[in-house]
Design a protein. Structure first.
Length: 110
């Protein structure tokens, strides 16, 4: 059963999609990516902290959705967390390629 956080992240993906296709500015898209990259970095740090103490963890689905919303390379690298998980790295690559495509779309529409 999806958690409320995952549902909210999916809603944010829909909002991003509407923003992209309704003419979002390059500056606003860059701010979106920066803000969500910071959030993802903090969540990766929190998850690493909890993992070291064998406590409740952030679900991998949430980490994957954060990658889709705005990316998580910095958090993964900074905290050296989930770096050997092929599925999470795969989602990060998919997210990166998706955002490169969206960035191209935003730039060419202006």
């Amino acid at each position: 059963m999806p958690s409320i956080i995952n549902v909210l992240l999916l809603i944010l993906l829909v909002v991003l999609g509407f923003g992209i296709f309704s003419g979002i500015s390059l500056a606003l898209y860059a701010a979106w990516l920066l803000a969500w990259s910071v959030v993802a970095c903090l969540v990766y740090g929190f998850d690493k902290f909890r993992a070291q103490r064998s406590q409740w963890r952030v679900s991998e689905m949430t980490l994957n959705l954060l990658a889709l919303v705005g990316g998580a390379w910095v958090g993964m690298g900074w905290f050296r967390h989930k770096t050997k998980h092929a599925m999470i790295k795969g989602w990060l690559w998919i997210s990166t390629l998706l955002h490169i495509g969206l960035l191209y779309f935003v730039i060419t529409r202006q």
